[in-house]
Design a protein around this ligand. Structure first.
Ligand SMILES: [Zn+2]
Length: 145
């Protein structure tokens, strides 16, 4: 026995029926596709209502696509990193608290001190407490002077 690779069959004809409902008595009527394509076709319902149908141009068969195993390209990894997070260095927490303590001595409260130090650091990352405080105070002076 030889196995011949056969083409998959496609229909040679169709017999499609569509259901319509009478708007007056709700009785259902089955119409063949030919009837729905016939200009001037009318359903005469048992209730005496004459129903006209919206003409159908065609009904299309859409064959299912055979999915070939595709090797999908790897999603391109974005080279862009969130600009704020990675480019900007973060202030070491020890340094921040050290600076804040000093600023507290000058009458700043904690949140003021933190804001000043963090924004000074963000502008120009410096890892010594003295420089950072100088920067912060300079900034503070510029803003308030
Ligand atoms: Zn009816």
């Amino acid at each position: 026995m030889t196995i011949i690779k056969q083409k998959r069959l496609r229909p040679i004809d169709q017999d499609i029926h569509l259901k319509y409902r009478c708007h007056s008595c709700t009785l259902d009527h089955w119409l063949s596709i030919k009837e729905t394509q016939t200009k001037g076709f009318k359903i005469v319902c048992d209730c005496g209502e004459i129903l006209k149908v919206k003409l159908i141009e065609k009904i299309e068969i859409v064959y299912q696509k055979i999915m070939k195993k595709e090797i999908l390209p790897e999603p391109i990894k974005s080279e862009e990193s969130p600009p704020e997070l990675e480019i900007r260095e973060t202030i070491p927490i020890d340094l921040l608290s050290q600076c804040c303590t000093i600023l507290l001595g000058y009458g700043f409260d904690i949140s003021e001190g933190e804001n000043l130090i963090v924004s000074a650091f963000n502008e120009k990352p410096t890892y010594t407490c003295v420089d950072l405080i100088k920067q912060a105070l300079k900034k503070f002076g510029e803003k308030n002077g």
